[in-house]
Design a protein around this ligand. Structure first.
Ligand SMILES: Cc1ncc(C[n+]2csc(CCOP(=O)(O)OP(=O)(O)O)c2C)c(N)n1
Ligand SMILES: [Mg+2]
Length: 299
């Protein structure tokens, strides 16, 4: 019997040139966006803008950073990816499909009765979904406990927590940030999607959280802020975070400025972008715009 295949990162192999890694993640992000559009079309609406905005972050973490076994999502030594923002599940499912953890054919069941892919991420439904994260502000608290627990067990697995900028409104996020520093959780990396948007409008009109970088630094975290739609910048930041990773040390945060609807001009400037309604005849245009932009960029 052959051993199950482990998804090895560049840190394990140290062989893949940086530009090849960027190209691989860039094309994975394109497929994630494509999947998200197809899934959104089933419902006619949804959190499509977030999936498009965060696709590069998701592609980078699943394609280049996480250690996992696609056919064994509970493999004990896996790195953990915690989706704090349950409403981003559509993008996460697309990334899980790209990673081979969820079959691509299953994506069309998104949001349907009896589907393993409900609208909000649920750990009991979906392989690879570590937590049920829809109640915002709890993901990082769980990540802290998990990172501490893994360290007690002597595991070298890392914990990645995906947060949104809206979650920076939550006191529990900052309690967790303090706890992570107190316990010196060098095995924890937070990635924050700063898309400047929340359910009630633009982030700076709901609750001004800036200066975000200085806040995380003052909480003792190794802090980097990058263009979250620039794959090269993302991978460089993840490499820096990986180089810092240790059983005992500073936790890392990567603050990612992204654009809602990224890659589909029709959706990039849409009003009411938090939960988009997209007309029946617009989905094909979205896909065409996505592909045109991708081919233009990679030509
Ligand atoms: C504790 C909690 N409060 C409120 C909500 C309702 N809610 C769902 S999404 C959302 C917006 C949060 O901001 P963000 O995740 O940045 O929004 P997006 O970028 O997706 O528009 C809110 C307030 C929730 N899910 N959990
Ligand atoms: Mg937001």
């Amino acid at each position: 019997m052959t051993a199950p295949a482990t998804h090895l990162t560049d840190h394990d192999t140290g062989t893949t040139p940086f530009d090849e890694r960027v190209a691989a993640v860039h094309s994975a992000a394109y497929r994630i966006r494509h999947h998200a559009l197809n899934m959104g079309e089933v419902q006619g609406q949804g959190y499509v803008g977030q999936a498009l905005g965060a696709a590069d972050m998701l592609a980078a973490v699943y394609g280049d950073q996480l250690r996992f076994r696609a056919e064994d999502p509970h493999w004990e030594a896996r790195d953990r990816f915690l989706l704090s923002t349950g409403h981003y599940a559509i993008g996460h499912y697309a990334a899980l499909a790209e990673a081979g953890i969820v079959p691509v054919e299953e994506l069309e069941t998104y949001g349907s009765d009896d589907s393993r892919l409900p609208m909000s991420g649920m750990s009991t439904y979906t392989p690879g979904m570590e937590i049920s994260g829809g109640s915002l502000g709890h993901g990082l608290t769980i990540a802290v406990g998990m990172a501490l627990g893994l360290r007690y067990q002597g595991s070298s697995a890392r914990v990645f927590n995906f947060l949104s900028d809206g979650e920076l409104d939550e006191g529990s996020t900052w309690e967790a940030a303090m706890g992570a520093h107190h316990h010196q959780l060098g095995n924890l990396t937070a990635m924050v999607d700063i898309n400047a948007l929340q359910a009630d409008g633009k982030t700076d009109t709901v609750l001004r959280t800036e200066p975000v970088t200085e806040k995380w630094e003052s909480f003792g975290w190794y802090t980097q802020r990058v263009d979250g739609n620039d794959v090269g910048a993302l991978l460089a930041a993840f490499d820096n975070a990986a180089a810092q990773a240790a059983a005992v040390g500073r936790p890392s945060v990567i603050l990612c400025d992204t654009k809602v609807g990224r890659g589909v001009p029709l959706l990039e400037n849409r009003e009411k972008a938090h939960f988009m309604r997209i007309e029946e005849d617009e989905w094909q245009t979205c896909r065409e715009q996505l592909t045109a932009g991708y081919e233009g960029k990679s030509a």
